[in-house]
Design a protein around this ligand. Structure first.
Ligand code: AVJ
Length: 327
């Protein structure tokens, strides 16, 4: 990509080292256009997602928050120790609004923990570290700006302490079922026997409730999706006109998958530094899958990926589950 200034990109994404440009161009060059959802999270994307977490339709965060606020003691007892320092790795930590309560509880109750939050957004990690250092000064914290597996490999090289790995917020929903299986198997291969994982899954429920969560009235999810195009413009030198696209999402009860798209409203071309991408009227860019699970699928996923199910924390309405598995 001769005209693409790599150094500029590296700066814009705070040195997280993978090829945004290559993935974008590849995704837009197939007949079924796609963009990876992991790129939603630039500075504005982080802010929009935080707003989504507070909007009335997006029940997921509130369900998991309820679990974390009411079950800290049980979580501490199941996962941590007062005699041995344990690494708490959090994949996709974001603002760690759920983990915060547990961390506080652990330190107030003499559990020994090193918190290792990992996120693709170096920006949010920077804010998180500052926030936690102010609110829980005695906490040991080491941030890792990286994608999931690469970051985990880095941690495993650096520390031999027993590990508890958190993967919250239904982030696993951004994978198809097959991808999730492969991912859990990879997690298992990086962990030692006896290490534990706690994974948040959104559960299958009335389809209207799910559909609404991804199509909120205030248009936050709309802006969140469209923001991907403005990010591509800024960081990769493209010229998407965001007004020529709209957000569309559809939940398919048979598969438990909610799919999000950007729809091109007119036939037009978008220019990148080294190529043009053409869009037909009504052509879609697939941007995200958010998969919902049945309870039995989750248990069977544990067993087929080398984990033993230990416990399931549910919210009052049983809309969301945080499962604990042991490696
Ligand atoms: C952060 C991946 C859990 O899929 O529910 C929210 C992202 N997308 N609204 C999800 C998201 C649209 C969210 N996760």
């Amino acid at each position: 990509y001769p005209m693409f200034d790599q150094s500029q990109y590296v700066d814009a994404s705070f040195s997280v080292n993978f090829s945004f440009y290559e993935e974008v161009v590849k995704g837009l060059s197939t007949s079924q256009k796609t963009l990876p959802s992991k790129y939603f999270y630039d500075e504005r994307g982080d802010r929009l997602f935080q707003a989504i977490m507070h909007c009335p339709e997006y029940y997921l965060s509130r369900c998991e928050q309820e679990i974390f606020e009411s079950r800290q003691a049980k979580m501490a007892e199941l996962l941590f120790s007062k005699r041995q320092r344990i690494d708490l790795i959090e994949l996709g930590a974001g603002d760690a609004s759920k983990t915060f309560h547990l961390l506080k509880y652990l330190l107030e109750n003499q559990y020994m923990v090193t918190y290792r939050p990992l996120d693709i957004s170096a920006h949010i990690l920077f804010e998180l570290a500052a926030d936690l250092r102010a609110r829980i000064p005695q906490l040991n914290i080491e941030t890792i700006p990286a994608e999931y597996i690469r970051g985990l490999e880095q941690i495993v090289r650096q520390s031999s302490a027993p590990k508890v790995l958190f993967f919250l917020g239904a982030n696993i929903g951004n994978m198809t079922k097959i991808e999730a299986h492969t991912f859990c198997r990879t997690l298992r291969s990086k962990l030692q026997q006896g290490d534990k994982v706690l994974i948040g899954f959104d559960l299958i429920k009335n389809p209207r409730i799910i559909q609404a969560a991804y199509d909120d009235q205030d248009g936050l999810t709309w802006d969140f999706n469209i923001n991907l195009l403005t990010r591509i413009n800024r960081e990769l030198g493209a010229n998407f006109n965001p007004d020529l696209f709209e957000h569309y999402c559809t939940y398919i009860p048979e598969t438990g998958e909610c799919h999000s798209y950007l729809v091109s409203l007119v036939a037009h071309e978008v220019t990148f530094p080294d190529r043009k991408i053409s869009f037909e009227k009504d052509e879609l860019i697939h941007t995200e899958v958010s998969r919902k699970y049945q309870r039995w699928e989750i248990d069977s996923m544990a067993l087929t990926t080398g984990f033993s199910p230990v416990h399931a924390f549910l919210d009052n309405r049983q809309w969301f589950v945080d499962v604990v598995w042991e490696a």
